[in-house]
Design a binder for this molecule. Structure first.
Ligand SMILES: Cc1cc2nc3c(=O)[nH]c(=O)nc-3n(C[C@H](O)[C@H](O)[C@H](O)COP(=O)(O)OP(=O)(O)OC[C@H]3O[C@@H](n4cnc5c(N)ncnc54)[C@H](O)[C@@H]3O)c2cc1C
Length: 464
């Protein structure tokens, strides 16, 4: 078959056990929806795979047909790289199984699994790894870029827990990657994104946790935001690894949880997690609760899996989103002033500004060990605008707020987390890596994907 032939799915069907969803299929419009409702693309085919052999078959077929390829794990990527117009989506949403080995303390998760699946299975055995702050994010995209979350200061990034992967490479071969098998590929998979192949299975090491931990949200009105951010800057430096702290700035939603006079008004929250004993947590987190005049304090013993889900309603599927992000050092007074100034002008009640705090175990892993840069940085900030699909006419206003905020912080930026790149993925991908990492990633790309088949991502082009 050449690029000029019209490829037919009949030629793929005998070699494929999953579902083939072409535009005429009744499920097509549902199947092409992803988390970000802004993204509206029309693939030629969605190949909903059942296993690595389906992935290999769909990939070979797409290449033989001359069609571009997109890979979908959890479908959560802000830029919509998991969808491609007129190409083939290798869709792993039918591959969400996770199996725990409680003796080896590992979990094996298929490439379409979500954080929620991995957390739930692991916690059934009193075990956990760092997964993301939102339970409906895909473990695949999250891990391949690094994987930050509530537990990163205690147990490291998701890539630090990764022990092996099963990968379908660009030529359709199925290989394993670990420290002892294809070690070069394994290095690249830990931070290099989906550039080197389709990962159909991840094996992670788990650590004991909970299942009940001390966690919750403390919130203050906006006039206390400078004080709260200065506290975060100083407290996190001395805090034990067990402490996870994420600031979140937004307009208070009209929920009974918040005092009515604050509904629609700017607030700042600290999402707190203590990955140790409840008693130690009460003592260590006491200064957070004693700070200023909080309007809300939900810290208490809580199931870890519930904590992993409690931010989910803030970022549901199907709403429209636009965001930009910076990696930051310590929150200087100047940075804090910029953040507070832009909180005051936030353009949508659905927008949020999470600030993630690094340090602890993740910062003690050598920068050579994986393709994740700036482990010694202090924070990532995400400027997330969100609005309803029927408010499309306001999109420019929300995007302008993100751009103004992002530009004001640019002089303080240390780079970007590759998983937080968006429509700027291609122009900023180099900022996610050190020059040494970038060179090594490009060399790996030349070996494992010389034709750049996997370019629907924050793309690392092959050398030359
Ligand atoms: C609301 C929200 C919350 C988030 N929270 C966190 C967080 O707490 N921590 C964090 O680290 N990140 C977080 N992220 C960023 C997230 O990690 C990335 O968006 C990630 O790419 C999502 O993975 P996915 O599999 O769901 O995405 P998809 O959109 O399916 O894929 C994203 C990219 O990964 C590639 N990919 C997906 N699956 C595979 C696979 N199996 N093999 C090879 N390549 C694959 C895709 O081709 C695409 O380029 C968040 C994102 C959102 C939108």
């Amino acid at each position: 078959m050449t690029m000029l032939d019209t490829p037919t799915t009949e030629s793929l069907a005998p070699d494929f056990v999953g579902e083939l969803i072409a535009p005429e299929h009744p499920a097509y419009d549902t199947a092409r929806r992803i988390w970000n409702g802004e993204i509206d693309r029309h693939p030629a085919l969605i190949a909903r795979c059942q296993g690595a052999s389906d992935v290999a078959a769909a990939l070979r077929w797409a290449r033989a047909s001359g069609l571009p390829v997109a890979v979908r794990g959890g479908g959560h990527g802000i830029a919509g790289h998991s969808l491609v117009d007129d190409g083939v989506v290798i869709d792993l949403s039918g591959m969400r199984g996770s199996v725990v080995d409680p003796v080896a303390r590992t979990v094996s998760a298929q490439g379409g699994a979500l954080n929620a699946h991995v957390d739930r299975e692991s916690q059934a055995f009193g075990l956990a790894m760092t997964s993301g702050y939102i339970s409906h994010t895909g473990i695949a995209g999250l891990t391949l870029g690094g994987g930050i979350g509530h537990l990163m200061r205690k147990t490291g990034l998701a890539i630090d827990a990764l022990r092996s992967c099963q990968v379908v490479t660009a030529d359709g071969s199925i290989v394993r990657a670990s420290e002892s098998e294809n070690a070069d590929l394994f290095w690249g998979l830990r931070g290099g994104g989906g550039n080197f192949g389709v990962v159909t299975d991840f094996t992670f090491e788990l650590q004991p946790l909970g299942p009940t931990i001390l966690a919750g949200l403390v919130a203050w009105p906006a006039d206390e935001a400078p004080m709260v951010l200065a506290f975060l800057r100083d407290f996190i430096v001395e805090a034990p690894d067990e402490v996870g702290l994420m600031a979140n700035l937004r307009l208070a939603p009209a929920l009974p949880l918040f005092p009515e006079h604050l509904h629609g008004k700017p607030i700042i929250g600290l999402v707190t997690t203590y990955a140790g004993s409840i008693e130690d947590g009460e003592r260590v987190l006491a200064p957070v609760r004693a700070l200023g005049n909080p309007v809300l304090d939900t810290i208490g013993p809580k199931a870890y899996v519930a904590h992993q889900k409690f931010l989910d309603p803030a970022v549901p599927h199907g709403r429209h989103y636009y965001w930009k992000s910076h990696r930051l050092g310590p929150l200087t007074d100047e940075v804090i002033a910029i953040i507070c100034e832009h909180l005051a002008t936030i353009s949508s009640p659905l927008s949020t500004v999470p600030i993630f705090s690094f340090g602890g175990a993740m910062s003690r892993v050598s920068e050579d060990a994986t393709a994740f840069q700036h482990r010694d940085a202090s924070h990532d900030i995400n400027i997330v605008a969100s609005w309803l699909p029927e408010q499309a006419g306001d999109a420019y206003r929300h995007r302008a707020w993100v751009a103004g905020f992002f530009n004001a912080l640019a002089p303080h930026s240390q780079g970007v987390y590759v998983n937080f790149t968006s429509d700027d993925a291609q122009t900023r991908v180099r900022d996610a890596y050190s020059p040494t990492q970038w060179h090594r990633l490009q060399a790996l790309k030349s070996t494992w994907d010389p034709d750049n088949v996997f370019r629907g991502n924050a793309n690392i082009p092959p050398l030359g």
